[in-house]
Structures are given as C-alpha cells and as structure tokens.
Design a binder for this molecule. Structure first.
Ligand code: FES
Length: 102
C-alpha cells in the first residue's frame, strides 16, 4: 500500500502549469493537466534541468534547459521512450495533492 503524503494544495498549481516542490529531500515536479494532477522527478534525465519550471502543453512538459519533452503521465521521453524520469502516483483528497514517494 503506497504511503501518500500531502505535497501541495490544488489551487497552488493552476491548470496547464507545473511547479517544483521539495518533499523529504526529493525534488518533485507537479503538473495540472486539465484538472488532473501528475508528479515526476523534477530532474530532467538529460542534464538535470528543472522539469517543474517547464512549459506544459496537455500532458507534455518541455524541459526549460534544452527542450527535451516528457509525458507527465508516465515520465517517458518523447524522443526516446526508453529514457524515463520517475513518475510518482498521485491522489487528490479535497484540496490536498498527495504523492506516494516510496
Ligand atoms: S536538461 Fe533537460 S533537456 Fe537538457
């Protein structure tokens, strides 16, 4: 059973945006795609760019450093699906966004 911890309130992440947060020493990027929330490791697998600061277009985030694109649902690179960043399970309870970091 995953251990979900509160990481943000849903109003902090408007639709179509992402936000980087730090939880228990882990840098996580949260995304709001049409009202549904997703979480990835904030660190781009190319050279460590902050994915939470990237542009979000539907379920695709573009890394602000060199433009690699990632599917926020599963963490797959659009250029090479064998490259991924970790995707974390997310649940929402009321205003609380909770992520399972284990
Ligand atoms: S660090 Fe993300 S594209 Fe280079």
């Amino acid at each position: 059973m995953p251990n979900f911890v509160k990481v943000a309130a849903s109003h902090e992440i408007p639709e179509g945006t992402g936000k980087a947060i730090e939880v228990d020493g882990k840098a996580i990027a949260l995304f709001n795609v049409h009202g549904k929330f997703y979480a990835l490791d904030n660190t781009c697998a190319h050279r460590g760019g902050p994915l939470g600061d990237g542009m979000v277009d539907d379920n695709i985030v573009t890394c602000p450093w060199h433009g690699w694109q990632w599917d926020v649902v599963n963490g797959q690179s659009l250029f090479n699906p064998q490259i991924t960043v970790k995707a974390y399970p997310v649940t929402v309870e009321g205003e609380d966004i909770k992520v399972a970091l284990d």
